[in-house]
Design a protein around this ligand. Structure first.
Ligand code: NAP
Ligand code: MG
Length: 486
């Protein structure tokens, strides 16, 4: 069994804890490798290395930094097949999605490589003569990046690529369920020639490594994960810059004028793709009463046909849950949901060939906004069906949770579509497609308890830079804004 190491200051090093943890394939329960169970000392060493590297990295011309990111993108592309399979083996999503996860990282590194030749600021006229005004983008400093396990290449790429192009250096703590994907990514950074200390990898628990990052002298934190941990970071991080991407309870509204076959495809993909383990997964389907019975029947029939299994097998539609612990948590949520809503299909864990952490695709009906299953983010293949009388009620119910990440409406009416786009409280609204499917060059993030920051595309540049406002006075005399008015 191979033991993998941290990557600090350009070197592969063991933790001073001399302790390790295992990463497990959730479909087969086989062990993929051992990883450093790092401690505060390791984390602080990584932060120190990142500050040393920052002095030089921030002064490297951004297009030069971009060349390195482009090389990372090329290497990811070259290794896409191998890495896509690894995603499936380490976190369970089916191979087509594993490959998509890597593709998203390829795209993000490529986009941010190009950003090295943009990083636009603003120039604008001054109110005074012989004075020039502009803004420039500056790096923030050392950033602590903490990611979840559900997109083990894409989410790290969404954070690391924009952070580096802007001249920051980083300490990255991956989720403990997916340390091998993170290690493979850093092997490519090494191969691409990213300078020592610019990007550091520290594996280990959220409690030890995560909290040390949050409370040490990094200048900014980017975190994607649960609402609970996001809140605790906000409370502990003091005045650091914080970007939070928290959970969702994402609705699809299906109107009576929708193309029901299209809506069915979107609902199945949204609810059960990635086994429901996406922050943008569809977890509520809000259906107009006129087509309710017909659509529910279609949904249940299609759900019954989904094939559970190892994501590497071509016939598999739905892979396992990431871990035994997560499986237990889904089981508990389903038991609580059963007290209020009607379980129509699924509702149980299962094994395939006697192994793995599988959960049957699950549908609840008769759900109303105050119920547990209408509020709780399950993060599994569990969807709540709600029946409504009108678009107004559908939108009210869509907005009746604390979260506000993604949303969708299926309708053939332009008026319904625009009304929903304006009225739904969410960072993302899709018309006639599912709640999932973000592209790297557009801002991504939520409202309300999901967090208010935006990563992705130009949103990422805002998040990972400081704006400096620069005034040049070439009049040769003292000019006073707001005072020299005539
Ligand atoms: P999580 O428990 O919040 O963990 C996320 C990351 O934070 C992991 O790396 C974890 O480390 C670390 N962590 C745990 N406790 C910490 C602490 N006290 N201080 C600092 N870091 C800590 O979330 P998860 O269970 O992995 O992921 C599922 C959640 O992520 C869901 O709620 C989902 O909606 C959300 N998510 C959101 C988005 C989005 O963009 N909005 C995307 C994906 C997922 P360990 O792995 O070592 O525990
Ligand atoms: Mg967790």
């Amino acid at each position: 069994m191979k033991t993998f190491k941290n990557y600090i200051d350009g070197k592969w090093v063991s933790s001073s804890s001399h302790r390790t943890f295992e990463s497990i394939n959730p479909a087969t329960e086989s062990v993929l490798g051992k990883f450093q169970l790092s401690n505060a000392k390791d984390t602080k060493a990584a932060i120190k290395a990142a500050w040393r590297a920052y002095k030089r990295w921030r002064l490297v011309p951004a297009p030069k930094r971009g060349e390195l990111l482009l090389e990372v993108s090329r290497l990811l592309k070259k290794n896409k097949k191998r890495l896509g399979r690894l995603v499936t083996q380490e976190m369970g999503k089916v191979l087509a999605e594993g490959l998509g996860d890597v593709q998203e990282a390829i795209d993000m590194f490529e986009l941010m490589a190009g950003e090295g030749r943009r990083l636009y600021g603003v120039t604008t006229p001054s109110e005074l003569p012989e004075k020039f005004c502009m803004t420039v983008r500056e790096p923030i400093g050392v950033l602590g990046l903490i990611s979840p396990w559900n997109f083990p290449f894409a989410i790290p790429a969404w954070k690391i690529a924009p952070a580096l192009i802007a001249g920051n250096t980083v300490v990255f703590k991956p989720a403990s369920y997916t340390p091998l994907c993170a290690t493979r990514l850093f092997e490519l950074f090494d191969e691409a020639g990213i300078p020592a200390g610019v990007a550091n990898l520290v594996t280990g628990s959220g409690r030890e490594v995560g909290e040390t990052i949050v409370t040490s002298n990094v200048r900014g934190i980017s975190f994607t994960g649960s609402r609970e941990v996001g809140l605790s970071i906000k409370q502990k991080a003091g005045l650091k810059r914080i970007s939070l991407e928290l959970g969702g309870k994402n609705p699809i509204i299906v109107m009576d004028d929708a193309d029901l076959d299209l809506a069915l495809d979107g609902c199945i993909w949204g609810a059960f793709g990635t086994t429901g383990q996406r922050c943008t997964a569809t977890s509520r389907i809000i259906v107009h009463e006129k087509i309710y019975e017909e659509f529910l029947d279609m949904l249940v029939k299609r759900t019954r046909k989904l094939r559970l299994g190892d994501g590497l097998k071509p016939r598999t539609d739905v892979g396992p849950i990431v871990s035994k612990k997560q499986l237990e948590s889904i089981k508990k949520d389903v038991e609580l949901a059963k007290k209020e809503a009607k379980l129509v299909i699924g509702g149980k864990p299962t094994k395939i060939n006697g192994k793995g952490f599988f959960f049957k695709p699950t549908i609840f009906t008769g759900v109303t906004p105050k119920m547990y299953i209408a509020q709780k983010e399950v993060f599994g293949p569990v969807v709540a069906i709600m029946r409504v009388k009108s678009l107004k009620q559908a939108v009210d119910w869509a907005n009746s949770t604390g979260y506000g990440l993604s949303s969708a409406i299926y309708t053939n009416s332009v008026n319904n579509a625009f009304t929903a786009v304006r009225a739904i409280e969410a960072g993302l609204t899709y018309v006639n497609s599912s709640t999932i499917g973000s592209e790297v060059h557009l801002p991504f993030g939520g409202v309300k308890d999901t967090g208010s920051t935006r990563e992705g595309g130009i949103g990422a540049i805002e998040e990972f830079t400081e704006t400096k406002t620069v005034y040049f006075d070439y009049s040769g005399k003292l000019q006073k804004a707001q005072i020299d008015i005539d």
